[in-house]
Design a protein around this ligand. Structure first.
Ligand SMILES: [Zn+2]
Length: 384
C-alpha cells in the first residue's frame, strides 16, 4: 500500500481495533468524503472488516465498528520476564490465538529456551493449521537491560537462571525460527499493549512506568512509541535523585531504582531491624521477602508502612521530575509493586496530583497480557 493517507487510516484502525467512522473522523481530521473513500477501498481490498456494532457517542445511533481483517496474517511473540517465559501467536485483528507459558528453572540455558519456544511454536501452528514459515514476523519482549543494537540481554538482576549473562537472544531466535525478530523491553511492550487497548483515543502523549524488582519505562509521543535504541539503561530508573545516595546496581550512586524497587524496600527493612527497630517482620529477618513486607504493612506494621511510604514518596518525586521535562497527558503505573499494593499507588497518585501538572495517573491491568499484545503490535505496525 503506497497511499500515505490509507496507510495512516489502516494503522489507526489496527491501533484501536473496533473503531467507528465518527471516531476515525475525529482522530484523522480528514474530510468525511476522503475518509469514507479510504475506508471503502480498505474494505474492498480485504484489509478492514466490520467487527461489531457500537453506539455513536452523543447520538445513540448504532454504528459499525471497524477492525483489521485477522486473515491478513499472524505473528509470533516471545516474552521473557525474570521468572517466566512465554510464546504466543496473534493475528492482525489482535486476537490471541494460542499461548504457552513456562517457569524459568535455575538450570535453564538460553539454548534450551530457544529450543522450547521453537517446539511450542511448531505445536501451536500445527493446532491452528498455520505453516510456521507463513508467520509475518516475531516480536520478542524481554527484561532489561538490553543492548538493542546487538539484540542482546545483558544479565538481568535477580533472573531466575544464573546461566544467563550476556545472551544474543535476537540472533538465537532468528536462527531457530528462520524469521526476522523485533526486540524490545517489557516496559515499552506493556505500554504499547495498554495504549492501543485503552488510551489511544484519549491521549497523544503518555508514559508507562513499571515498578517491581526494578524500574522500567516507556514513552509515547504524538501517538508513536519512542524507541531510543541507543540507550541501554532506563532513563527513569537511573535518574540520580541523590548524588551522595545509595549505591545503585549500575555502579552510580543515588539512582531512583536504588530506592524504589521490591529489593530496595526489603533491604531497608532488614537494615532497620538489624539496627534494633521492632517489627512483626523480625521472624523473617534472614529470609525476608517482599510479600512479607506487603502483609506486614496491611496488618499495620509501622516499619513496613514507613518504608513503603518513603519509596512511594521518592517515586512520586522521580515522576514529577520526569513530567517537568516532558509534557505528557497521562502516566500509567504498573508492575508488581503497584499491583500488589493499592495504597502505594494511591500515595504516588496523591503526591503527583498535588503538583497540579495536569497529568492523569492510571493503574495498569494485566501487564503480561499487555506485553504480548504490545510487542505483536510493534511487529504488525511495522508491516502496515
Ligand atoms: Zn543506577
Amino acid at each position: 500500500m503506497n497511499n500515505p493517507k490509507s496507510k495512516k487510516i489502516l494503522r489507526t484502525i489496527y491501533s484501536m481495533q473496533g473503531v467507528s467512522r465518527p471516531c476515525l473522523l475525529k482522530i484523522s481530521r480528514y474530510t468525511p468524503p476522503t475518509l469514507y473513500r479510504i475506508i471503502d477501498e480498505l474494505m474492498r481490498d480485504g484489509y478492514v472488516v466490520v467487527s461489531g456494532t457500537g453506539e455513536e457517542s452523543g447520538k445513540g445511533r448504532p454504528t459499525d465498528l471497524l477492525s483489521l481483517n485477522g486473515d491478513l496474517g499472524q505473528v509470533a511473540v516471545l516474552h521473557i520476564s525474570r521468572t517466566t517465559f512465554s510464546c504466543a501467536v496473534l493475528d492482525f485483528s489482535d486476537r490471541l490465538l494460542a499461548c504457552r507459558r513456562h517457569v524459568i528453572e535455575p538450570s535453564l540455558t538460553p539454548e534450551q529456551w530457544v529450543a522450547t519456544v521453537q517446539a511450542d511454536l511448531a505445536t501451536m501452528c500445527a493446532q491452528l493449521g498455520i505453516a510456521p514459515t507463513s508467520l509475518r514476523g516475531v516480536g520478542l519482549a524481554a527484561v532489561g537491560p538490553l543492548d538493542y543494537k546487538e539484540g542482546a540481554m545483558l544479565g538481568p538482576l535477580h533472573f531466575a537462571s544464573p546461566r544467563w549473562g550476556r545472551v544474543s537472544i535476537k540472533a538465537l531466535a532468528e536462527q531457530a525460527l528462520g524469521l526476522p525478530v523485533l526486540l524490545d523491553c517489557n516496559a515499552r511492550a506493556a505500554l504499547m499493549g495498554h495504549y492501543r487497548r485503552d488510551y489511544y483515543e484519549k491521549y497523544r502523549n503518555l508514559a508507562y512506568v513499571t515498578v517491581g524488582t526494578g524500574i522500567g519505562s516507556g514513552l509515547i509521543l504524538n501517538r508513536k512509541l519512542d524507541s531510543n535504541s541507543s540507550v541501554i539503561l532506563d532513563g527513569l530508573a537511573h535518574m540520580i535523585i541523590d548524588v551522595d545516595g545509595r549505591k545503585c546496581t549500575c555502579g552510580e550512586y543515588g539512582c531512583l531504582e536504588a530506592y524504589v524497587s521490591t529489593h530496595a524496600i526489603v533491604g531497608q527493612c532488614v537494615q532497620a531491624m538489624r539496627r534494633g527497630c521492632f517489627s512483626s517482620m523480625g521472624a523473617y529477618l534472614d529470609e525476608l521477602h517482599f510479600s512479607h513486607v506487603c502483609q506486614a504493612a496491611q496488618e499495620g506494621d509501622a516499619l513496613a508502612q514507613e518504608q513503603l511510604q518513603q519509596a512511594a514518596t521518592i517515586l512520586a518525586k522521580g515522576i514529577v521530575n520526569y513530567l517537568r521535562m516532558v509534557s505528557l497527558e497521562a502516566v500509567i503505573l504498573g508492575g508488581s509493586l503497584i499491583e500488589q499494593l493499592p495504597a502505594f499507588f494511591d500515595t504516588v497518585c496523591d503526591l503527583v496530583s498535588a503538583k497540579e501538572l495536569g497529568v492523569a495517573l492510571y493503574k495498569a491491568q494485566d501487564e503480561d497480557a499487555s506485553i504480548l499484545h504490545g510487542i505483536a503490535g510493534e511487529v504488525i505496525l511495522q508491516q502496515l
